[in-house]
Ligand binder design. Structure first.
Ligand code: NI
Ligand code: MN
Length: 228
């Protein structure tokens, strides 16, 4: 059995857990300027929604509608999606965990905001720790650096998926500090170079990760997979 992590560009990932397709923050071609695949070609059994901003939720309704996938999100976003016809919603909240067929999902705090595209209240932004086949994957979502990342890392992370783009989230320097707290084996950067305002020299950043932390930086191209 293996776990596959495919970057779709920006904060969007397709994860495969032994045949179960889990999509993080649906934002595909047509909306996402760096994505290559359109939502119509995406498979999903579950959707993990970190928060309500358009660059994370633009394609959640179409993806959930076409696939019947269950959206795992905070209740405020669940209500908003339900009003748009999404039928399968599993509400959770910060600090809570629940077992799903593909693994255990725990919601972690994130330091960000979470208004929905139409101005509706989206509750708190969150991140996820997904545990499957004894592997722990942290998906930070959009967040600033915060010291409680040390607590999230206590579980022993195999992979941390972190935003590094600055301006809207932590930048490259704070992401290095986050890695020191989280202590993952592998770090996958995201939420960078989608637009000029979050342009990052990711290869220079990866060198700093190797120099200052024990984590292995894994830079993925769009639609490239990391197998765990
Ligand atoms: Ni955001
Ligand atoms: Mn974002």
């Amino acid at each position: 059995m293996s776990i596959q992590i495919i970057w779709r560009g920006h904060g969007t990932f397709s994860l495969d857990f032994a045949g179960t397709a889990v999509v993080v923050d649906p934002f595909f071609a047509g909306n996402n300027p760096t994505a290559k695949i359109g939502v119509e070609n995406v498979a999903a059994d579950f959707i993990l929604q970190t928060h309500g901003h358009g660059d994370h939720i633009a394609d959640t309704v179409p993806l959930a509608t076409q696939t019947n996938a269950t959206v795992i999100c905070v209740p405020e976003i669940g209500g908003w999606l339900g009003n748009q016809g999404v039928e399968n919603i599993h509400g959770m909240n910060t600090g809570g965990g629940c077992n799903f067929p593909f693994g255990r999902v725990k919601m972690t705090p994130a330091l960000h905001s979470s208004g929905l595209p139409d101005g509706s209240y989206g509750g708190d932004p969150i991140g996820f720790v997904v545990t499957s086949e004894s592997k722990h994957i942290y998906i930070a979502g959009d967040t600033a650096l915060f010291s409680d990342m040390a607590l999230i890392g206590k579980v022993g992370l195999d992979v941390a998926i972190l935003p590094i783009g600055d301006n809207y989230t932590m930048g490259p320097g704070d992401a290095i500090e986050a890695i020191k707290l989280l202590k993952p084996k592998v770090v996958i950067p995201c939420h960078y170079s989608t637009w000029p305002i979050i342009e990052v020299d990711v290869h220079a950043w990866a060198k700093l990760v190797e120099l200052h932390t024990d984590a292995k930086p894994m830079i993925l191209g769009v639609d490239e997979a990391f197998t765990l």
